[in-house]
Ligand binder design. Structure first.
Ligand code: ADP
Length: 268
């Protein structure tokens, strides 16, 4: 079954007299349990794609499509995605967490919105979700405000908020870009483990092909608002068919060589 089914999606932004074409006739399918990386340079249309999939485009966006279905919800006919069906993780935990509410309370609110009526059950689910993401001192984290957590811990909490309602789709926008490389690697492996355990489909925006390779089974390369290449990993990166994919692979190789020569971690 497809958790994302998009055909012919175009999005234009009106800015005064000007019109920016952000997406141009995009087709995209994501199957149950599939983890797909969306890769492309800045301005290619990645964020617009995510916003369109979540039904959260800005008011100055004009959308057209022949199909736009996300987890059984037909966005073209005005349906809204039910709370908890799709988990979303952004680059910065601050984009997901409320700074003035304790973590435990935030998880409780998310679970309540997701339809868990029993308070003891919500507490159990929150604790279980945090510990399955490798958080040792769950009680302290539940009592903490987001600013009291390190960046890596805060991002784990943001991921817990995205997963706690057991969504069938996770949309992640560069979820580890703001973290240092060691924390990034451990968080990504936890995400892989969690998504494999639950057969969770995942659409992950990333600039880094190494993350796509390690985390995803497939890739969609986006350029100028169009998906120019879509296929299985690592096959697409080993034998790119589109010039833009080949350019990304070449840039990534150069970057790795540079990183090895200078001892830098290669974080962009
Ligand atoms: P990416 O996430 O790949 O960097 P975006 O989806 O943010 O790309 O942007 C795609 C194009 O749409 C760019 O040309 C960008 O300037 C334009 N754009 C994005 N958001 C807006 C907006 N709210 N208003 C006007 N133009 C926008």
């Amino acid at each position: 079954m497809s958790v994302i089914s998009v055909s012919d999606l175009s999005v234009r932004y009106r800015v005064g007299e000007q019109v920016n074409i952000a997406l141009d006739q995009v087709d995209l399918k994501l199957e149950d349990g599939e983890r797909c990386a969306v890769v492309g340079r800045s301005g290619a249309g990645k964020s617009t794609l995510i916003l369109a999939l979540l039904g959260l485009l800005e008011p100055n966006a004009v959308r057209a499509a022949s199909e736009l279905r996300v987890v059984d919800c037909d966005l073209l006919s005005g349906e809204r995605i039910a709370p908890g069906r799709v988990g979303v993780v952004f680059q910065e935990p601050a984009q997901s967490l409320n700074p003035v509410v304790r973590v435990g309370k935030q998880l409780d609110q998310v679970l309540r919105a997701g339809g868990v009526p029993n308070s003891a059950e919500r507490q159990r689910r929150a604790q279980q979700q945090l510990s399955s993401l490798g958080i040792a001192d769950v009680a302290t984290v539940l009592e903490a405000y987001p600013h009291q957590l390190s960046g890596g811990l805060a991002q784990r909490v943001a991921i817990a908020m995205a997963l706690v309602n057991r969504p069938c789709l996770l949309i992640a926008d560069e979820p580890t870009a703001a973290l240092d490389p060691l924390i990034r690697a451990s968080l990504l492996s936890l995400l892989v483990k969690e998504s494999a355990k639950r057969a969770l489909a995942c659409l992950m925006i990333t600039h880094e092909l190494s993350i796509a390779r390690d985390f995803c089974q497939s890739i969609a390369v986006i350029e100028g608002g169009r998906i120019v290449e879509r296929g299985a990993l690592p096959a697409v990166l080993e034998a790119p068919r589109h010039a833009h994919t080949a350019a990304l692979v070449a840039a990534d190789r150069l970057h790795s060589v540079w990183g090895a020569a200078t001892g830098s971690d290669g974080a962009r």
